[in-house]
Design a protein around this ligand. Structure first.
Ligand SMILES: Nc1nc2c(ncn2[C@@H]2O[C@H](COP(=O)(O)OP(=O)(O)OP(=O)(O)O)[C@@H](O)[C@H]2O)c(=O)[nH]1
Ligand SMILES: [Mg+2]
Length: 458
């Protein structure tokens, strides 16, 4: 997997028809492979878009199959660091596949998922954090996800880690020197300076981890389930939040039987919003299955919206749902405020009224506040700021935590006056964690796992 001495080819645009489609070739023979299938009055010049024809040969006969714009990017200044040729053709899947098969006939082979970016990583064009950002950017479903991934690709996290690594290297080098030349009679680093250095590094890692929970939520999205007894307006609230009539709304209690899931962009947060069957005891086996699915959806959700009907007296089923959800993040949604009230939020059982938003799913009143409160329940007060690099990937978080704990151990050892070897060992552990993060020292199986999730052609 990690010996990129051959030439690869893949369609870089999504499957299906499009105005244009792109085939990408990378590797030492990229120019020769492209030369065998492209014909034009001018030959390809580096970084110059050139109008050419793709020609298919069979024996002596040659026939043109498309007019394309081809661009060559000689290595090492290309995306992969190798010679690359990009062919922009008309976006018919059969045509693009034909171009790929012609390239394969001329000596290229089909690329594996993520192989272009893997090559960019292996040739040092990007570090591992940036390579992962490419996959996140392609996968982004909200503008905020795309922004966080793009900043990571631009190197915000990379630079911060490189800076920590440099300082860590400096400390370890000086400690090593002290160990190597004990006869010099002095230490290359004073203990107070060592302690201060470790403290600053620790603070730097902690600063990166501070925004990590929010970062992870942005990157991974989350699941929110709409719960409540039948007919309170769950599907209506669900539809209002989505801005579409996705779920069936009806005055018959027990309308929703199955889970209905849609993705909601909550100010950049990708929320899988789940509408569920009204929770009540029922003899109908289909409805009972719906109720048990609602409960399971609640178990796997990050938070819930518990909907109550203010126009009807609170029922035992309402109290049951309130009790069952009270220990996890939720917003209590008091619905139908366009109708005369049968009760007020002050009547809610003690402790159950902590986060109540009054709305009318019919008129839309209160929905803005509901969105804001839901976001607050999910993200806290965190407002992602562009100046602070955002760590969002669970792999990065795990390794930063490992570095942090090694630094803490080093600080403890230094404070106890332990031998320098022990402090050094902890610092080296911290370094290894950072090096695994950036890909300087990452096990092959981890790399394989990372690049597997890429699409082909990226
Ligand atoms: N006046 C008024 N009626 C509402 C409001 N929200 C929902 N309704 C009505 O309440 C009834 C039930 O709405 P649904 O959204 O289907 O309720 P549900 O909780 O999903 O019901 P089930 O799926 O049966 O559990 C429908 O007739 C809606 O039109 C509201 O804010 N005001
Ligand atoms: Mg419903």
């Amino acid at each position: 997997m990690f010996a990129p001495d051959d030439t690869i080819v893949a369609i870089a645009t999504p499957p299906g028809r499009g105005g244009l489609g792109m085939v990408r070739i990378s590797g030492p023979r990229a120019a020769a492979v492209a030369g065998a299938l492209l014909h034009g009055r001018k030959s390809l010049e580096p970084r110059r878009a050139t109008l050419m024809r793709v020609v298919a040969r069979a024996g002596d006969a040659a026939s043109a199959i498309d007019r394309v714009v081809a661009t060559s990017f000689p290595g090492p200044g290309s995306y992969t660091g190798e010679d690359v040729v990009e062919i922009c053709a008309h976006g018919s899947p059969v045509l693009l596949e034909r171009i790929v098969s012609l390239a394969c006939r001329s000596g290229a082979r089909l690329a594996n998922p993520g192989e272009f970016t893997l090559r960019a990583f292996l040739r040092g064009r990007v570090d591992l954090v940036q390579a992962e950002a490419v996959a996140d950017l392609v996968d982004a479903v909200t503008p905020l996800q795309a922004r966080v991934a793009f900043d990571q690709l631009e190197g915000t996290v990379t630079e911060r880690i490189a800076d920590l690594d440099r300082r860590l290297l400096d400390l370890t080098a000086r400690l090593e020197a002290s160990l190597d030349f004990p006869e010099e009679g002095y230490h290359f680093i004073e203990t107070t300076e060592l302690a201060r250095g470790i403290g600053e590094l620790s603070a730097g890692v902690r600063a990166l981890l501070a925004g990590a929970a929010a970062g992870r939520l942005i990157r991974e999205g989350c699941r929110v389930v709409v719960l409540g007894r039948p007919n309170v307006g769950k599907s209506s609230v669900f539809n209002r939040l989505l801005g579409s009539s996705r779920a069936i709304v009806n005055s018959v209690a027990g309308t929703t039987r199955d889970l209905v899931t849609e993705t909601l962009d909550l100010e950049g947060l990708a929320v899988d919003l789940v509408d569920s069957a009204g929770v009540r005891a029922t003899g109908d086996p289909v409805e009972a299955e719906g109720v048990s699915r609602a409960r399971r959806a609640f178990d796997s959700a990050t938070a819930s919206l518990v909907v109550l009907d203010r126009a009807e007296p609170l029922a035992a089923d309402d109290r049951d749902v309130l009790r069952e959800t009270s220990a996890s993040p939720r917003v209590v949604v008091v619905n139908k405020i366009d109708r005369p009230p049968a009760w007020s939020p002050a009547d809610l059982p003690p402790g159950e009224g902590e986060l109540v938003v009054e709305v009318s799913a019919r008129t839309g009143r209160g929905m803005g506040r509901l969105r804001a409160e839901l976001r607050r329940v999910l993200m806290g007060e965190a407002v992602p700021r562009r100046e602070t690099p955002m760590v969002a990937n669970i792999r990065h978080i795990g390794l930063l935590e490992r570095a942090e704990s090694a630094l803490r151990a080093a600080a403890g050892a230094a404070e106890r006056g332990a031998a320098e070897e022990f402090v050094l060992e902890d610092l080296q552990r911290a370094r290894r964690a950072l090096e695994e993060l950036t890909g300087k020292r990452t096990p092959d199986d981890v790399l394989e796992h990372i690049f597997e999730r890429f699409c082909i052609g990226k």
